[in-house]
Write a protein that binds this ligand. Sequence first.
Ligand SMILES: *Cc1c(COP(=O)(O)O)cnc(C)c1O
Length: 340
Amino acid sequence: MAVVKADAYGHGAVKVASFLNELGIKAFAVATIDEGILLRKKGIKDDILILGYTDPSRIGHLIRYSLTQTIIDYDYAKRLNDDGHSIKVHIKIDTGMHRMGENVNKVDKIIKIFQFKNLEVCGIYTHLCVSDSRDKEDIMFTERQIKSFYSLLDNLENNNIILPKVHIQSSYGLLNYPQLHCDYVRLGIAIYGAVDSVGDKTKIQPDLRPVLSLKARVALIREIAAGESVSYGRTFTADNDCRIAVIPIGYADGFPRNLSCECGSALIHGYRVPIIGKICMDQLIIDITNVPEVKQGDIVTLIGIDGSEKIYATEVADDSKSIANEILSRLSYRLKKIYI
Ligand SMILES: *Cc1c(COP(=O)(O)O)cnc(C)c1O
């Protein structure tokens, strides 16, 4: 199941889902009903599961667009059922994350959800909250989550319930607990190739490479004399005469502002150069003193590969105290997407 929420983590949900659909992927997950409706309108005909909450007032849309809704707890199931229209659902089970899902121990309630006549239960799933960690305690916690989920499934079967599709793992769930064999894996960040590729952190390490690059062209080059400052706040003052390039990408494009002042870097002509001064809403500035061949219009890479240098989204994320998921999903509508 390809997770294409948040505009496919910034990659463009319609393009990504259509492409994966052509490759044979038959199940998709989104966070909201409107993300699901968009995919339907753009021609995705296979299963679309909404992972988040949908207001019961929108049951009409669930039916019209044939979307599958996650049941987030017993009371929600009852409300949807009482509406009187038949809909497709997956039941979410809370095994310890305590975000969404009916409590794994409330077996009676979960059985009742299966018995609601207007709910066609097509799936049952849980979500792991520390599956990315190789820490001993986190592994123990995850194993308890998995065990409690499977004992619920046994319990349901003992109550004559025919199990629907079962799923547990997201990206790190697959990479660290590959021994689980469910009907689906809900893969998000891994399909975009942006998992942590530094170090041997995960149990299995398939050769995942990022599919996204973030690039811009040099807008302007200028000479700065020693003692002059650059950008808002005058945080950068040149020690020596230097040469800088102005790049038309800023924090409104989703590039983190806290990479200002040499916390972040960019690639140009195969060299890594620092981002200097404050990153602005629409522009940022790099120091190209050591790369004299740079000229207006040259390509600058903020995420991606240039020669032997690379900047992965995970690195941008680390430097800005975030995770690749956030960096990618916040890349904004203003960036022009080019698919190769
Ligand atoms: C976002 C999400 C996923 C995908 O997570 P990744 O770590 O990006 O693979 C899977 N399941 C649920 C419930 C989610 O919300």
